[in-house]
Design a protein around this ligand. Structure first.
Ligand code: SIN
Ligand code: MN
Length: 266
């Protein structure tokens, strides 16, 4: 898959693109069975919560080695649908993955992510330039009821804001302040809900303000995030770096691989 010049221009203007049904039902079924398999692994990369130990997040599914390695997710990340789109949005053919994570927002209990920009954490990882992008793929339907993501169109242009450390949610992250958010929302178009059936995907800029709500539905919401960076923008050394599974040091440029790699991995 190759994005059109219009799509790249739209990404640069709005900070995101949505791709309905980017992956087929067969591909999603393979990825979902991998989620079931990896969620049974006992690893620091499989983060659990609550009394029943339900999995909240799984990291590093895209690598060849390691406890959570998944051939199917590795193949998904290397399809042109994901990797070529990332290369085009970053306007650079030499990109690597800073991390991958799968958020399993649990039915009824799965909680909200406040408005934030991803680049704040990544800048603290030692990355200089806000030229990173994330492709997210839905493995279940995403709806307002089950806590789909919302994005604020064009908000990547505000640059890195002055966030506050928010530990009021299950996730503990650098979030935009309410004052800033009210101002940004008065200046930009209405937030857009990133909804769609399983297999739908979206790519978004690392400074795009985004959030998601509580999962009020009776079904889990599963969504994978592949976060790409330019190889030349790799992090410099920082004191107390975060673990490798969120701050990769595998800076080799990724190569586009077979489009049917998910199906042949099964
Ligand atoms: C994120 O912002 O990194 C995740 C949001 C979500 O899973 O809804
Ligand atoms: Mn985020």
């Amino acid at each position: 898959m190759e994005l059109t010049a219009e799509q790249v221009a739209q990404y640069e203007r709005d900070g995101f693109l949505i791709f309905p049904d980017l992956f087929s039902a067969e591909e999603v079924a393979v990825l979902r069975s991998e989620v079931e398999r990896v969620s049974r692994i006992d690893s620091e990369m499989v983060v659990r919560e609550g009394d029943d130990g339900a999995v909240k997040i799984m990291f590093r599914l895209h690598e060849e080695d390691g406890e959570t390695a998944s051939t199917a997710f590795r193949a998904a990340a290397r399809t042109s649908r994901v990797l070529r789109a990332a290369q085009q949005c970053l306007r650079d053919d030499n990109v690597y993955m800073h991390h991958s994570k799968l958020n399993m927002k649990a039915a009824i209990e799965g909680s909200a992510w406040p408005w934030h920009q991803d680049f704040h954490s990544w800048h603290l990882d030692g990355i200089a330039e806000p030229n990173m992008t994330t492709m997210t793929v839905m493995l279940t339907e995403a709806t307002p009821m089950n806590g789909c993501m919302y994005v604020l169109p064009g908000s990547h242009e505000v640059g890195r804001t002055n966030p506050r450390w928010d530990d009021s949610t299950a996730y503990n992250l650098w979030a935009a302040t309410p004052g800033d958010m009210k101002e940004f929302m008065s200046q930009h178009a209405e937030p857009v809900a990133i909804t769609g059936g399983p297999g739908t995907a979206a790519i978004f800029h690392c400074n795009l303000l985004h959030a998601s709500g509580h999962n009020l539905s009776a079904e889990d919401r599963w969504q994978i995030f592949f976060c790409f960076n330019q190889c030349k923008n790799r992090p410099t050394d920082v004191e107390n770096p975060r673990p490798e599974y969120v701050r990769s040091q595998n800076w080799a440029p990724l190569k586009v691989a077979a489009e049917d790699g998910i199906l042949t991995a099964s």
